[in-house]
Design a protein around this ligand. Structure first.
Ligand SMILES: Cc1ncc(COP(=O)(O)O)c(C=O)c1O
Length: 375
């Protein structure tokens, strides 16, 4: 096998950031304030500036960001939360934590994102089951924003709130609106492999809603009140730590440049592979940050395709091999209307190629060549 290509090249980014990261970490080790504190304040302030959101709150993970919004909204048994079936499990997991019912909606063929038509059917399904449809979690899968112009009026007409799961899309915009300012709140993840990744678990949530922000600030720290050991809410330990914040402050500085590089890589893949494979759509109005660059391959050819690439040192990944409605832990929850056939088909067809800001042209040509040869 030829020299293996990394799927994501974090060491290349580490080399670029050089001593800035060492110094950031050393500052935290010197002052020994490890939880929240000045680095988290600085990161939150940089996030507010980056997104334009009124509140940016650092939390321990993307999952906690989602959960904290649901907790602050008082989600409880009998509530239904509409989520896409084709997403990472965390989107639905937090709903189940609170005893509410996730209703799986289908996604759109071209964008992989929540289908507004299926969302309407999902709301009907919830009502038919005597559940209260209170909220929607729309996911910006692979880094491309969902169709908010169509989703927002459906959510508003039904008297629900919209939480956007931007774990994969932080850094982009939707028709000129920054991700982080759409819906009641936005949750994102800084898991190391995300477009903006920490050196461990980390996340953030964004909102313009003062009451929600105040409740989340309390809930991320065990529901604390104004005084120490005064508990006014049932909360959790969802705090961001200073080391991650210090690292993220440095990484955020180069993030716009990295996003531009990801976009160049995606455009170059599309150029090199169009006509050979089913390539993802590139949208000017709803640009992706390319958390993943994902092809579609006929289901019966996918395993062979992946093996052929592996043979040439090109790793691939499948996000995700099953939609949530087919996962053992989630199969008991309802799907919208007539089910989620697009999600089920996509799960059998998608394959992601190496994608990161440091993929040089020669290496990318090796990937393109391997794909062309395999097909
Ligand atoms: C769509 C989606 N939602 C939620 C999460 C959860 O984020 P975290 O791993 O930071 O908890 C992830 C990433 O892992 C994700 O991809």
């Amino acid at each position: 096998m030829t020299n293996p290509i990394p799927f994501i090249d974090l060491p290349a980014q580490r080399r670029r950031l050089g001593p800035a990261l060492d110094e950031a970490v050393a500052r935290v080790m010197d002052h020994c304030g490890f939880i929240l504190g000045r680095e988290v304040d600085a990161f939150e302030s940089a996030l507010r500036e980056f997104t334009g959101a009124r509140y940016a709150l650092g939390v321990a993970s993307g999952t906690d960001a989602l959960a904290l919004v649901l907790m602050a909204k008082g989600v409880r048994p009998g509530d239904a939360i509409l989520v896409p079936a084709f997403t990472f499990a965390a989107t639905a997991e937090v709903v189940v934590w609170l005893g509410a019912t996730p209703i799986f909606c289908d996604v759109e063929e071209e964008t992989f994102n929540l289908s507004p038509d299926s969302l309407v059917r999902g709301i009907e399904t919830a009502r038919a089951m005597n559940l209260r449809p209170v909220g929607v979690i729309a996911v910006d899968l692979y880094g491309r924003p969902a169709d908010y112009d169509r989703i927002e009026p459906i959510v508003a007409d039904a008297g629900m709130w919209l939480l956007t799961d931007a774990a994969q899309s932080f850094g982009t915009t939707y028709k000129g609106r920054t991700v982080g300012t759409i819906g009641l709140a936005t949750a994102t993840s800084f898991f190391p492999s995300k477009p903006l990744g920490a050196y461990g678990d980390a996340g953030a949530l964004f909102t313009d809603d003062e009451a929600l922000a105040t409740t989340v600030i309390s809930m991320r720290m065990h529901g604390m009140g104004a005084a120490a050991y005064d508990h006014v809410e049932i909360g959790m330990n969802g705090r961001l730590d200073a080391m991650q914040a210090a690292i993220l402050v440095e990484k955020l500085k180069i993030f716009p440049d990295e996003i531009a590089a990801r976009r160049r890589v995606a455009a170059r893949y599309n150029e090199g592979l169009s006509g050979v494979a089913r390539t993802p759509a590139i949208s000017e109005e709803e640009p992706s940050v390319w958390a993943q660059y994902t092809l579609r391959i006929a289901p019966d050819a996918r395993d062979g395709f992946r093996a052929a690439l592996q043979e040439r040192g090109v790793p691939t990944a499948v996000h995700y091999p099953k939609p949530l409605n087919q996962q053992p832990a989630y199969a008991r929850f309802p799907s919208a209307g007539n089910g989620v056939p697009v999600s089920e088909r996509l799960a059998r067809e998608v394959v992601s190629l190496p994608m990161h800001a440091y993929l040089d042209e020669a290496t990318q040509d090796r990937v393109i060549e391997a794909v062309r040869a395999a097909l």
